[in-house]
Write a protein that binds this ligand. Structure first.
Ligand SMILES: NC(=O)c1ccc[n+]([C@@H]2O[C@H](COP(=O)([O-])OP(=O)(O)OC[C@H]3O[C@@H](n4cnc5c(N)ncnc54)[C@H](O)[C@@H]3O)[C@@H](O)[C@H]2O)c1
Length: 280
């Protein structure tokens, strides 16, 4: 989507970290901004700050786990701004617990925010985008661990959701392209970013509480322990550049390339093994 000025951006998880930085970056491009977050006060604060720089902004409290709540958000956006052009599915949570020690509640919380949250918003907003017919874009924030599994820090549930989100996003992009509608889709796969993601538990609903995560010797549970940390502002700038170019994958951390190369090489080698087995 080349033209951002005057367009409407909806950002889930806009109350903190990458989402808040995105709200400011969108405002800088003279977009109108909807800051949606489960933390109502945080969303209000960011919307206020965005308004102070002269942009139009609206805050909305939403738990993306709820389809009804996300539908209401879409209704409010239509009532206030008429159309949504840029949907940033950024809300996300990180559970840190070894895979085999994950409780069903850990899975439910991870999947309901990181995957169902995106499905809900795409289902609520993309039909509106198709109907208004103007150029539009969906950005889903996955992670570098959506492209390669890092067996550290108890990121099993998180990794599962982010791999799924990469597949979902690639498929959505292809389907919308095949339908001939002017809606691009990008998936963002950042490495470590200095945000509050390691404090995700602050938003875990009580009914899904599983108690304190166990200590994990030899592994740092914080994604931001990976070298090459970026600021949310740097990531937000990369995201908008990727939206303008309609990038399939918005990659922010070039130092992560060897990790993906190693996985891709191993994957391609598995085809060679398949060929060898077929011939023998
Ligand atoms: N920080 C990193 O190192 C990193 C790396 C790769 C990907 N990401 C992804 O970036 C995205 C943004 O996270 P961040 O790093 O800015 O963390 P953050 O914790 O600072 O921000 C996440 C935001 O999502 C909101 N949120 C949580 N649950 C929600 C729900 N159910 N409904 C609505 N909003 C909800 C939180 O209130 C918060 O404002 C996430 O999807 C995360 O997985 C982060």
């Amino acid at each position: 989507m080349r033209e951002l000025q005057g367009r409407v951006a909806v950002i889930t998880g806009g109350g903190s970290g990458i989402g808040a930085a995105l709200a400011h970056a969108c405002a800088e491009r003279k977009m109108r901004v909807v800051v949606a977050d489960v933390e109502a006060d945080a969303a209000e604060e960011v919307a206020d700050a965005v308004r102070q720089r002269g942009a139009e902004a609206m805050a909305w409290a939403v738990d993306v786990r709820s389809r009804a709540a996300v539908d209401e958000l879409a209704k409010q956006v239509r009532a206030h701004f008429g159309k949504c052009h840029l949907l940033c599915n950024n809300a996300g949570v990180m559970v840190t617990r070894p895979l085999l020690e994950l409780d069903e509640k850990d899975w439910e919380w991870s999947l309901s925010v990181n995957l169902w949250g995106v499905i809900h918003a795409v289902s609520a907003f993309v039909p509106q985008m198709i109907a208004h017919g103007e150029e539009a874009h969906v950005v889903n924030t996955a992670s570098i661990v959506g492209l390669a599994a890092l067996a550290q820090g108890g990121l099993g549930a998180y990794t599962t959701t982010k791999f799924a989100l990469v597949g979902y996003s690639e498929y959505l992009r292809e389907e919308l392209k095949a339908a001939g509608v002017p809606i691009g889709v990008s998936v963002v796969c950042p490495g470590a970013v200095t945000t509050r993601i390691a404090e995700s538990e602050r938003n875990r609903p009580q009914e899904l509480d599983t108690g304190p995560a166990p200590a994990m010797p030899g592994a740092d549970p914080r994604v931001d322990a990976i070298p090459g940390k970026q600021s949310p502002e740097e990531v937000a700038a990369s995201i908008l550049a990727g939206v303008e170019e309609n990038d399939t994958w918005i990659l922010t951390h070039p130092e992560m390339k060897p990790l993906i190369e190693a996985r891709t090489r191993a994957l391609l080698a598995a085809f060679d093994v398949a060929g060898d087995r077929q011939r023998s």
